[in-house]
Design a protein around this ligand. Structure first.
Ligand SMILES: [Zn+2]
Length: 148
């Protein structure tokens, strides 16, 4: 049984998975997805980047129910397509990263500003029996703890 990222070079796997960003060696700005070429900071003319793991926890910036099948790299886990929750999470480095919400969670578990943690789950299993992995956002706050 093997497992490999569905997108090579965008995240690490293991007990503490993290997204991989590119940090400009000139201005120190981190970017995700990993980039190369010219720095996207308009005030910077840097062209060299180092790979850096990004913060594993961020704040939920936006979320939605995906009622339609998203474009690649998302691959339908079910046929016909079943809606699932998507969260956009703001990382400590400042960028917002979209991802599917971890298995077993839905929009009812999400709240703007709440913390979410990066987890890696199986996106699908290919014909060779290899699990293809993708990052997802897992809410870390139990909403039921908050009373009105
Ligand atoms: Zn730069």
């Amino acid at each position: 049984m093997t497992a490999t990222p569905a997108i090579e070079g965008w995240f690490t796997t293991g007990p503490d998975p993290a997204l991989l960003g590119s940090r400009c060696t000139t201005c120190g700005t981190a970017f995700f997805p990993p980039t190369s070429g010219f720095c996207r900071n308009p005030a910077c003319d840097g062209e060299e980047f180092t790979e850096v793991p990004l913060g594993r926890r961020g704040r939920i910036w936006s979320y939605t129910d995906a009622q339609y099948q998203p474009p690649p790299p998302y691959i339908a886990a079910s046929e016909p397509f079943e809606p699932f929750a998507l969260a956009a999470v703001e990382l400590p480095e400042g960028m917002v990263v979209l991802g599917q919400v971890a298995a077993g969670y839905g929009v009812a578990d999400l709240r703007l500003g709440a913390e979410a943690e990066l987890v890696v789950e199986t996106l699908y299993t290919d014909d060779d029996g290899t699990d293809r992995l993708i990052w997802r956002w897992k809410p870390t706050t139990e909403l039921g703890e908050e009373a009105d």
